[in-house]
Every structure is written in C-alpha cells, then in structure tokens.
Design a protein around this ligand. Structure first.
Ligand SMILES: [Zn+2]
Length: 423
C-alpha cells in the first residue's frame, strides 16, 4: 500500500499504518534489520522485525525499501519568520551589522509566507519538531495550522527606560493570554539576549514557569558589554534610541550573569554558548540547562572553535539548531548533522545523532519524543543511505544521505520527489 492519501485518511480514523524498511534505528545505538514501525493515530504501537509486526494485522504498509527509519529530527533553535529574508542579507563577521540588516524584515505580510516556507523546508530536511523563536508574536497563530511539532518561544525584548516598560507590558499581556497549547504546539518564552533584555524581564520570564530560550555568550562583543559596559552593543542600543547611561554592567561572564538571574535551570535552553570560560562550563554542568549549538550559523559568523566537545565531556546536554535562513544555507537539520559530523570528527556519531533527536526533545521539554518506542509520538523519518559496508549510523552522516519521508504525529507531512517517482 503506497497510496499517500489513503494511508493518511485511514490513519486519522484510527487504523494502523506500518512503515517498513531495510533498517530501523529506534535510537542511535540500536539497529533492526528488515524492521518496521507500526503506528496508530498519533502514536507508535510497535517497533521490531517486519515479519513479526506484519502478523499483527493487514494494515496499509509503506515500504521504504532500502532506506533507514529513524526518529524525526529536532531542530532546537530556529527563526522561521526570517525564512524569506534569506536572499537580502549580506554575510558579515560583525554581528551588530548583521542585526541591522534584519531589522524591519518581519513585516505582518511577510511573516505568514516566511513561516510556512520555513515549515516546509524543515520537514523536507528531516525535522519533525522545531523550537521556533517568534520574533513578533505573529508566528504562533501561523504555526498552529502547520503539521510540524513546535515549541514557540515568544521573544521578549526591552533593555532600559521606555523599551523596558514596553517589554514588561508586552510580557504581562502575553502571560495574561498565552497561546493555547495543543497536541503539536507548546508555548514558551524567549528573553532575547543580555544586551537587549533587562534583568526584570529575565526574572519575570523565569517566574512564569514556562520553558525559556535565550541567546547567550554568542559574541565577543557581548562579553565586553557585560564585563565593562563598552563596545559595539553601546552603539547598537543607541541606534534604537536606547540609553545605557543608567545601566551597571554585571562585570561577569554572560553565563554567570544568567546564574544570578535564575535563568540556569532544567527548563532553560541556552542558544549558542560560543564563548565560555572553564568556570562557565562547570556552572552549566551543575545547572541541568541545555545548550543548543548552531554549527553552520556559527561558521557563517566566522566564530572561533565552539567548546562543544568540552560540553559533551562534562555531561552537558547539547542540542542542535539551524538558526534562521538569514545566517545559514538551508533549514535542513540533516544537512546540519552532516556538517557537524564533518567538523567534529572527535565526537562519536551516536552522540551527534542524540543531539538532533533525544537531546533536542529534552531541551524543548518534550516527553516521548526523540526515540522510536512503543507509546511514543509517531515522529519518524526515512533516510536513504548509500547501503555500503559502514555502520548504518555512519552512513546516515554521509554527504549523499537523503530524507525520503517525514511523519509527524502519525501523519505523512513530506514525501521526496525521489520517493514519489519510485511509487
Ligand atoms: Zn537565534
């Protein structure tokens, strides 16, 4: 049974659907040859050998032939509302110059097409879940109508004076009527960054009890600003009419500043963490917070080496994000994983795969996501691999691997042209 619409229809009625493939990889360390995943409604009801699962009934079967079924990938940090800005942003190593190019791009008329394009590109690239930063408050409603799983972090800004009051008022309004969660959407908050967001806003975001994502330790200029109150971010804020005159820099590192504000906790996702001291890493290891590394965005801004290996060695949970298309070459998390593998050869492939699956789910506070397991969410992808003599996990990281099929919550959301032409 390869009729896409037929499977979708039957599945919504509660019928079983079976995905069969040469390999099933329920997690980074387990391989089942000639395996299958049985799905009912939005959940996985069985994972195992195909002949065994097939005996359970005669449901519609999607045979993915020589592909490998894996958990859907989790893109823990992106900004889908910037997808359509990709072609109008010039690459520059100076972060504040890049930000000035972004300002004004997220107009109300641009957000809808941008977010929808971003979702389609994400699904095609193997992501079944995104942690999306909603920069305007307009993305959540658009995302609600899309089939991808998402944690939507509403961005909060406001540094001092009027901008701080405006930010606090916006936060109060949001907390008064937050977006309603549903089976695919979880509302959350993103106090933007320590150079743009006041201590009060950070504290109130933490007090909300929602998951939090903040951009932290991203640039050397941020370190200077928090250490001495000088540097590029002074001019950046003044360009927006925001004064730093009454602000007293904490004279600490960004991570230590976040600790004083109560931000370092299990429900926190720390985006970037490009520049850390040894003391910062120790604080992170004790906090239970997750770090999200954006490998190609990191490369885009010409940053020096990321301390990802050090974080892994200290047991810190690292997730992976694409960041936005305004600082990346695609929104494909499979592409991101391949780039990560090429540039971090000292980290085991299994550990890298965990970062784009179970670690991402943990970072976003999602339960029963990130593995193929009975009772868990039916978020599955089918990756075409070279089928050579290497371990399957290494073949998934091969430059030629390709996502053929994306299933979110038991619904087929993407089928590649290669797959369509073979049906
Ligand atoms: Zn970001």
């Amino acid at each position: 049974m390869d009729n896409h619409e037929g499977c979708l229809y039957r599945n919504q009625l509660g019928f079983y659907m079976i995905l069969r493939a040469k390999y099933v990889m329920p997690d980074s360390r387990t391989i089942i040859e000639n395996g299958a995943v049985a799905i009912q409604g939005s959940r996985i009801v069985d994972v195992g050998l195909y002949p065994t699962i097939r005996k359970g009934g005669t449901p519609p079967i999607h045979d993915l032939d020589e592909a490998t079924l894996t958990p859907g990938l989790v893109n823990a940090h992106t900004h889908l509302d910037l997808t359509s800005s990709a072609n109008s942003v010039q690459r520059t190593p100076k972060f504040t110059d890049w930000v000035f190019q972004i300002v004004g791009k997220r107009t109300p008329s641009a957000i809808g097409p941008s977010v929808r394009q971003g979702v389609q590109q994400s699904l095609a690239g193997g992501a079944t879940t995104v942690g999306d930063i909603d920069g305007t408050g307009g993305s959540a409603q658009i995302l609600r109508d899309t089939p991808i799983r998402k944690v939507v972090f509403c961005e909060m800004l406001g540094f001092s004076g009027d901008s701080n009051y405006t930010g606090l008022a916006r936060l109060a309004t949001y907390l008064g009527t937050p977006p309603v969660s549903d089976s695919l959407l979880t509302p959350a908050l993103s106090p933007h960054a320590p150079y743009s967001t006041s201590a009060d806003i950070y504290r109130q975001c933490v007090a909300s009890g929602l998951s939090i994502c903040t951009h932290i330790a991203e640039t050397k200029e941020e370190l200077e600003f928090l250490s001495s109150g000088t540097g590029a971010f002074v001019g950046y804020l003044e360009a927006f009419g925001i004064s730093t005159a009454g602000w007293h820099p904490p004279q600490t590192t960004p991570i230590q500043y976040m600790k004083t504000l109560g931000v370092l906790q299990k429900k926190s996702l720390l985006a970037h963490c490009n520049y850390l001291t040894d003391a910062d890493v120790t604080i992170l290891a004790e906090s239970g917070a997750s770090v999200v590394f954006c490998p190609r965005s990191h490369h885009y801004f010409y940053h020096t080496d990321h301390p990802i290996k050090q974080l892994v060695d200290r047991g810190i949970s690292v997730a992976i994000g694409t960041d936005s298309l305004a600082s990346n070459w695609s929104l494909s998390l499979l592409d991101e994983l391949k780039f990560l593998a090429r540039t971090q050869p000292c980290i085991r492939p299994e550990t890298l795969f965990d970062m784009v699956t179970c670690n991402g789910a943990k970072a976003l506070g999602l339960e029963q996501v990130g593995r193929l397991e009975k009772g868990w969410q039916a978020d599955v992808i089918a990756v075409q691999i070279p089928n050579d003599s290497r371990p399957v996990i290494e073949q998934i990281l091969d430059s030629s691997s390709e996502n053929l099929l994306t299933v979110v919550g038991g619904k087929i959301c993407y089928t590649s042209n290669r797959r369509n032409s073979s049906v």
